[in-house]
Design a protein. Structure first.
Ligand SMILES: Cc1cc2nc3c(=O)[nH]c(=O)nc-3n(C[C@H](O)[C@H](O)[C@H](O)COP(=O)(O)OP(=O)(O)OC[C@H]3O[C@@H](n4cnc5c(N)ncnc54)[C@H](O)[C@@H]3O)c2cc1C
Ligand code: SF4
Lengths: 522, 183
């Protein structure tokens, strides 16, 4: 395994080892580029994962302080947990459920297709689906996405059977067990899904793709990648020319270290990446790095989510098998006759008993609530993933008061739903209820959005430097050797789960960075 | 009701009317004896160290009234509340918050029913009292704590049909992940 000198200024430094950073680092190493990934969290392996929701949360989740404001219910129920994401080597690709859908063609051009929408800061991506297609194909191949590359779909579990029957009964056509980056048969040295049912807690069979075991070890095997765990980057440094020169981080003992770099790529997920840029303000860049547009931290998106749970008079055991076991795609189209622009996916979701108690109706108590839990094993559930509107005022800022143990101001997350988001959610709740009632649900619940699992948009991609933070390669408009490699690049969110797009962009970015380095442009 | 029925038919049936009414109250299942709480019906005792035993007894009933599951014995609510006694020993502010919170709740109970909370016989009446305090910090602290301290007790999971850990058993691939036949 490689070990690079901290004064080696020829390396590429990547901040974060999740879906974006882990993929980019592995690909750069494969191309022979010396790469150091600095990861704030610790390294756990498959055998360390636990099939226990709270214990796993304690092990993997980012529980360092964050603060919130705004009218979203997360602020009321979970004021210090705006997002449910991972702090560990592998990042949130340990937690994720594996749903891997491409964005649709129109979702790359929402400003053109949806038009001006009051309060929404819509913008077309500077890239098209056609440009992304080869990268999507590469990403699906590396992740082993089912229903691509002749990989069969996963078998449907009980939760999916209920969803599928109800959806078909009310006329939906595009209903299947989805495109999942979970092995339905052995592939890439990893086995097939054992239907364990703790996908969110880290897949103990390794069937689900994660940078932790499906990418990073391959990068390390090249001798060109070093992953330094428990190293939190505090700020990025630059020289008098305005080029970045390295990062300052706190190592596992809390000691401050400086790692020099030729190129820095930030992939800390959409709350931490803007936090780091903002915290790197200097006299040359008083508003934070790469922030001449003022867009760093803005346009925070989290998908218009929500869940519908339904109780039946017969058992379901929704928690058995893959957590996200299937999808209804019919509502993912853009059809403004529904009263909103953009679309949404409906995907099965189940929580274990402990998390159902915590998230079914946060803050609720009394018999209405407990009688629902009494029917836990008769419950089916789905999750709504819809396109939410970027708004400039939905943003990540540095908290003026709260600091972490290294003295770094924590991320403060402000979020208000847009009217379009509310209309979409109401529609989706209604359709979810209809699906379950069609197969005899005796009671259905609209469950409010959980702390955000999809965090997007806070360093968005734009054609013009004044509209966003990075260009079509994820390179910041302002600083040519500073890149963003995670979901914060998304110009808009689309209706699809984001990780396939994050991985496709990172795969493409590795190609770009390698080319720019070879041509000595960076 | 749980214990009240047993009290009126078992050996305690010879109690006089006043005592019978008391025994009919929900919390009569749990008696205070010195620094301990004793649950004769479920045959367990709980040593209370820092809080007043009566306070803990109130918190246990409050826990059931907040998250009532008729299939759960009192001991699970007692286990869920027990950590507060330990926290109170470490932190004076917690101790005050809990003692004062219960005192306030008892104040409402006495004003309306001339009895402390644990002696208000009907769940519906107690729930009305809880609604008075539900927006306060005391109620919210107790309620939110229960989300983990009650529902994360692995012993109760089977009672709700949840099977818990599954990897060591080979997942559900041969254990019914798609056994639903009723559709
Ligand atoms: C429960 C759950 C289910 C999900 N299911 C799906 C799904 O089915 N499909 C899908 O597409 N997506 C899903 N997602 C979302 C998906 O996991 C994320 O979109 C994806 O992992 C984001 O990748 P990322 O690289 O942006 O960030 P992450 O994967 O979160 O990685 C960021 C990493 O950076 C580290 N870091 C942050 N700041 C610093 C710093 N200053 N210094 C050093 N390191 C730092 C963090 O510790 C973290 O490890 C799910 C998420 C959750 C929580
Ligand atoms: S259900 Fe499949 S993907 Fe999910 S944790 Fe189990 S083996 Fe892994």
């Amino acid at each position: 395994m490689a070990q690079f000198d901290r004064n080696d200024d020829s390396v590429v430094v990547i901040v974060g080892s999740g879906a974006g950073g882990g993929t980019l680092g592995t690909d750069l190493a494969r191309r022979g580029i010396n790469t150091v990934i600095l990861e704030a969290g610790a390294r756990y392996e498959i055998e360390d994962f636990v099939n226990d929701e709270w214990a796993s949360f304690g092990q993997l989740a980012w529980t360092d302080a964050r603060t919130t404001s705004g009218t979203w219910r997360v602020h009321r129920n979970f004021p210090n947990l705006p997002a449910w994401i991972v702090k560990a080597v592998g990042g949130t690709s340990i937690h994720w459920a594996g749903a891997s859908l491409r964005l649709q063609e129109h979702e790359f051009r929402t400003r053109s297709v949806y038009g001006g929408l009051g309060g929404a800061n819509l913008l077309d991506w500077p890239i098209t689906l056609a440009e992304m297609e080869p990268w999507y194909a590469k990403a699906e191949d590396r992740m082993g996405t089912t229903r691509t590359n002749n990989i069969p779909g996963l078998p449907g579990n009980n939760n999916f059977k209920v969803l599928e029957a109800g959806a078909r009964k009310i006329g939906y056509k595009e209903v299947n067990t989805g495109r999942m980056s979970i092995n339905s048969e052995p592939r890439d040295g990893r086995g097939a899904c054992q239907q364990i049912g703790f996908c969110f807690q880290g897949c103990k069979s390794g069937a689900k793709w994660s940078t932790l075991y499906a990418e990073i070890p391959k990068g390390e095997a090249t001798g060109k990648l070093e992953v330094r765990e428990q190293c939190q980057v505090l700020h990025i440094e630059h020289d008098a020319r305005g080029l970045v020169t390295g990062v300052v981080y706190a190592d596992k003992d809390g000691a401050l270290q400086r790692q020099k770099a030729r190129v820095v790529a930030v992939a800390g997920n959409s709350l931490e990446s803007p936090r780091l840029l903002l915290n790197s303000a200097s006299s040359m860049f008083p508003d934070g790095l790469a922030n001449s547009s003022g867009q760093v931290g803005r346009n925070y998106m989290r998908h218009t989510t929500g869940s519908v749970y339904a109780i039946f008079d017969k058992p379901v055991h929704m928690y058995r098998g893959t957590t996200m076991a299937g999808v209804v795609r019919d509502e993912a189209v853009n059809d403004s006759s529904r009263g909103f622009v953009g679309g949404y996916e409906l995907e099965t979701l189940s929580l274990g008993f402990a998390f159902t108690a915590a998230f079914l109706d946060p803050g609720a108590w009394g018999r209405s609530f407990t009688s629902a839990l009494d029917s836990y094993d008769h419950m089916a559930g789905l999750w709504i993933v819809g396109e939410d509107m970027p708004q400039e005022t939905n943003r990540v800022t540095l908290d003026p008061v709260v600091r972490d143990r290294f003295g770094m101001p924590v991320a403060s997350v402000h979020f208000d739903d847009h009217a379009n988001d509310l209309a979409m959610r109401a529609h989706a709740y209604d359709r979810g209820r209809a699906i379950y009632e069609a197969v005899g649900a005796v009671r259905t619940f609209p469950t409010p959005p959980y702390p955000s699992t999809h965090n997007l948009g806070t360093n968005r991609m734009s054609e013009k430097p004044r509209d966003g933070v990075v260009n079509k390669w994820g390179q910041t408009h302002d600083i040519r050797n500073l890149f963003i490699a995670d979901g914060s690049q998304f110009t808009t969110g689309g209706a699809e789960n984001p990780t396939l797009t994050i991985v496709a962009l990172a795969t493409r970015q590795a190609d770009t960075i390698a080319g720019m380095m070879a041509r000595k442009e960076i | 009701m749980r214990q009240s029925e047993r009290a009126s038919t078992g050996p305690g049936a010879r109690l006089d009317r006043r005592e019978f009414l008391k025994a009919g109250a929900a919390a009569a299942a749990i008696a205070v004896s010195g620094s301990a709480l004793i649950h004769a019906g479920e045959a367990w005792g709980l040593e209370v160290r820092t809080l007043q035993p009566a306070t803990v007894r109130t918190l246990i009933l409050m826990a059931r009234d907040i998250y009532p599951h008729d299939r759960l014995a009192d001991k699970y609510y007692a286990i869920a509340i027990k950590p507060w006694d330990i926290k109170a020993a470490q932190d004076a502010a917690t101790r005050t918050m809990l003692e004062d919170g219960v005192a306030t709740l008892d104040g409402f109970a006495k004003a309306r029913h001339r009895q402390p909370y644990v002696d208000v016989a009907w769940e519906a009446d107690r729930v009305v009292l809880l609604r008075h305090i539900q927006d306060g910090a005391f109620f919210e602290t107790v309620r939110s704590g229960l989300i983990v301290s009650l529902y994360n007790q692995h012993e109760i999971w089977p009672l709700f049909g949840y099977e818990g850990e599954s990897a060591a058993k080979g997942g559900y691939i041969h254990r019914g992940f798609n056994d639903l036949e009723w559709l």
